[in-house]
Ligand binder design. Structure first.
Ligand SMILES: Cc1cc2nc3c(=O)[nH]c(=O)nc-3n(C[C@H](O)[C@H](O)[C@H](O)COP(=O)(O)OP(=O)(O)OC[C@H]3O[C@@H](n4cnc5c(N)ncnc54)[C@H](O)[C@@H]3O)c2cc1C
Length: 461
């Protein structure tokens, strides 16, 4: 076991991946989890969970699960209940559960005088013994931040006041909340579309306000989960956009027919919506697409085209903001909407912090997150056992161009795309960096950490 000791914040899929990779590399760690158990947002009872009753995997099982621990279900898109069981089994199987301190929320990370980090956390275990409750303070050589990216609601401001119920998707748990209501959903991301499909069975009426057009990918194409097609040897971006636009048109038709604006960008330049039920319901007349919001006035919502509607509930499907509230933003090199991190993991200062799970990508799954964890473990192992390799790695990150993680796609310049990566480009770059840390290549300087300096998801305005 290593002489250095690290902390992991969060026992969601990313925190568990980090714990497993550190365990395999023989690196000592303690985990801290604010909730009662493992599984992160897949535990619908975790107070920070943004899961809802009807949720299932959006990416398919085989592209999502941890490679060394296949799920024990035949469902292609298992439900959140199966997923929380899976994460509990994963953590128990590898002896990770006991490595976390639950009901313990990290409240601050500050630099220790000797170059490590002081972690402060508050334990709030209901009914816990008095000695287990209270404040924890402990020094670590470094800290892995795996506190999730989909917990802090992004709430836009609107002109006027809405007199009905204003909810963010983070507060949506089940369709019963919408029973008998006239509902307006703002935004058509994956959660917005799932909730619209729930709502049509319970609400008095459902409208969905959208600003731009979307690409809708069916869960199945040619009888297989759509994200299992074209794996391994991805087509070049332009060719994939050309082919997939035509395949989608053949399978789902033109969403403009159902009232959506025509997308002003190409497929995969924004996150696609894996939901075609919404198109079925539009075709059945169960819901309507309405334009962007102009203003609220009591229960009336005015739209940009001059039309208006009366609503009881406005549901904001407006996404989430990155949030690392327990550490100074400068430590994570925040730039605009997101920290600017090498491979979305390491602050350029290599200050002992690393971030897990700060990736949004189509179909990167938990294996993609596990590969991030392997990279962190390789770096921490090199720090202790091959400091020359670790130093050479840092030098190269400082002096060479960072890999282009876009895969050749020109992502939209939106907040939610600010840490978006192309899964193939990303996984390739992460594996290459890990391999470099595990051999003397970094010290010899025979391989490059990347070809072009670019931040993840370099955006176009
Ligand atoms: C409806 C829905 C469907 C989704 N479907 C997919 C899918 O199909 N495929 C996919 O890959 N991803 C999907 N996701 C994305 C999802 O974010 C990831 O699957 C995964 O949960 C991310 O794991 P994580 O560990 O990074 O974050 P989380 O699961 O959010 O876990 C973070 C953990 O950190 C803890 N924590 C936070 N702050 C602190 C603190 N200060 N101190 C201690 N602990 C703290 C939280 O309690 C939580 O347990 C979906 C998300 C939603 C909401």
């Amino acid at each position: 076991m290593s002489a250095h000791r690290y902390a992991i914040i969060g026992a969601g899929p990313s925190g568990l991946a980090a714990a497993r990779a550190l365990q395999k590399a023989g690196i000592a760690f303690d985990g801290y989890e604010a909730s009662r158990g493992v599984g992160g947002l897949w535990d619908i009872d975790n107070p920070r969970s943004t899961m809802y009753e009807s949720a299932h995997l959006i990416s398919s099982r085989t592209t999502t699960e941890f490679a060394e621990f296949p799920m024990r279900t035949s469902a292609d898109y298992p439900s959140h209940r199966e997923l929380i069981s899976y994460f509990r089994e994963f953590a128990d199987h590898f002896g990770l559960t006991e490595r976390f301190r639950f009901d313990t929320k990290v409240t601050s990370l500050t630099r220790a005088e000797d170059g490590g980090w002081m972690l402060r956390a508050e334990c709030s275990a209901p009914g816990s013994a008095p000695e287990a409750a209270g404040v924890v303070e402990r020094r670590y050589d470094g800290v892995i931040l795996a506190n999730g990216t989909l917990a802090e609601p992004n709430v836009p401001t609107f002109r006027g006041e809405f007199a009905g119920e204003l909810l963010h998707t983070s507060a949506y748990k089940s369709a019963a909340q919408l029973s008998g209501k006239r509902v307006l959903i703002i935004g058509a991301g994956n959660s917005g579309c799932d909730i619209a499909v729930d709502a049509v069975h319970h609400a008095a009426s459902v409208d969905m306000s959208v600003r731009r057009g979307y690409y809708f990918v069916p869960r199945y194409l040619f009888g297989k989960p759509s994200d299992t097609l074209n794996q391994g040897r991805p087509l070049p971006a332009r060719l994939k956009q050309f082919v997939d636009t035509r395949v989608l048109r053949a399978f789902t038709g033109d969403p403009v027919r159902f009232g959506f604006p025509r997308p002003d960008y190409k497929i995969y330049e924004s996150h696609p919506i894996v939901n075609t039920l919404i198109l079925n319901h539009l075709g059945q007349g169960d819901l309507r697409i309405v334009p962007d919001i102009d203003r609220f006035d009591g229960r009336t919502v005015h739209f940009r085209d001059g039309s208006s509607g009366e609503y009881d509930t406005v549901l904001l499907a407006t996404g989430y903001k990155l949030d690392y509230p327990f550490v100074d933003r400068a430590e994570l090199a925040w730039t605009g909407f997101a920290p600017r991190l090498f491979l979305n993991v390491f602050p350029p200062s290599f200050n002992g912090l690393s971030v897990m799970g700060m990736i949004e990508a189509s179909g990167i799954g938990w294996q993609g997150r596990y590969e991030q964890a392997e990279l962190i473990a390789a770096y921490l192992a090199a720090l202790e056992r091959h400091p020359d390799r670790a130093a050479a790695f840092r030098t190269r990150v400082a002096n060479e161009r960072w890999p282009d993680l876009t895969g050749g796609y020109r992502y939209l310049g939106l907040e939610r795309m600010s840490y978006y990566v192309n899964k193939d480009a990303y996984r390739h770059a992460v594996r290459a960096a890990t391999a470099m840390l595990m051999t003397d290549a970094a010290a010899r300087g025979t391989r490059s950490v990347g070809r072009r300096r670019a931040t993840a998801g370099r955006a176009r305005a």
